[in-house]
Design a protein around this ligand. Structure first.
Ligand code: MF3
Ligand code: CO
Length: 260
């Protein structure tokens, strides 16, 4: 069942998405060598609570953190831990904020210090593929149009697309219909309509597309242990236009200052 949002609900979706975007901006300040993923998780949780939100991942299906922590070969759903980020790592932070009953979901993969050029290129392509997917996400098009656009963009550049994990609808729940895969065929799947809220989240691997779920039942990593990158936005289809509700601006402001 796909829930189409009313204008009032879309206004609440915008607010939740703004708060998750600012939360990622806070995380950006801490995503540095020597900081543990648990410290980052704590910062995010406190920031969300201080701003009247609810850390929606915490306790979701038993997930033990506010932020899904994706270091290097971790694709998605890693637990916060005592692991200290190191120069050369990539760190994906994926979190969901619930505010006034609606959810905003966003992920950004941060380079930690100096990162190998081939890994930075993976991150760049993954982020670009998110925007390529967003471009294909239009009222009257189909979900498969997004899927094919993301897949083609990444595979043409020699990367592989994780199949088992998808984007999704979002609203009162963080996961609603429809599923939004990152691979597939144009012209297939549900039609994209006004009032839909969707998360597009390419998970792209440097090596093979195969993944393994660790024995904790959550942590998803690449089978070959090569790095994987992940970026995500929450979108809404409003008056025939696709509006990106989350923004990377807060994150990228912090990252730019670091390099001045
Ligand atoms: N963006 C992630 C997803 O859609 C958020 C997961 S929260 C968790 O899967 F609690 F399920 F980990
Ligand atoms: Co998501």
């Amino acid at each position: 069942m796909i829930y189409l949002k009313t204008p009032e609900e879309l206004a609440l979706m915008r607010e939740a998405s703004e708060l998750v975007s600012r939360t990622l901006g806070e995380i950006a300040k801490w995503a540095r060598p020597g900081v543990t993923t648990r410290q980052i998780d704590n910062v995010a949780r406190e920031f969300i609570l201080d701003n009247g939100g609810k850390p929606a991942c915490l306790g979701y299906g038993g997930f033990p953190g506010t932020v899904c922590c994706e270091v290097n070969e971790t694709v998605v759903h890693g637990f916060p831990s005592n692991y200290e980020l190191r120069e050369g790592d990539i760190f994906g932070a994926d979190t969901v904020v619930e505010l006034n009953g609606f959810n905003g979901d966003m992920c950004y993969t941060f380079p930690i210090g100096e990162v190998a050029p081939e890994v930075l290129a993976l991150c760049r392509t993954t982020k670009e593929s998110l925007y390529v997917g967003i471009e294909a996400c239009r009222a009257g098009h189909r979900i498969g149009d997004i899927a094919q656009a993301v897949q083609q963009y990444c595979e043409k550049r020699g990367y592989s697309v994780v199949r088992e994990m998808c984007g999704h609808g979002i609203g009162k729940s963080m996961h609603e219909d429809p599923e939004v895969p990152n691979y597939g065929r144009r012209g297939t799947g549900p039609v994209i309509r006004n009032g839909m809220c969707l998360c597009i989240e390419p998970m792209i691997n440097l090596g093979s597309r195969n993944i393994v779920i660790e024995r904790d039942g959550w942590t998803c990593r690449t089978r070959d242990r090569k790095p994987s990158a992940h970026y995500e936005h929450t979108l809404a289809i409003v008056d025939g236009q696709t509006e990106i509700l989350t923004t990377f601006d807060y994150v990228e402001e912090v990252l730019q200052e670091r390099f001045i």
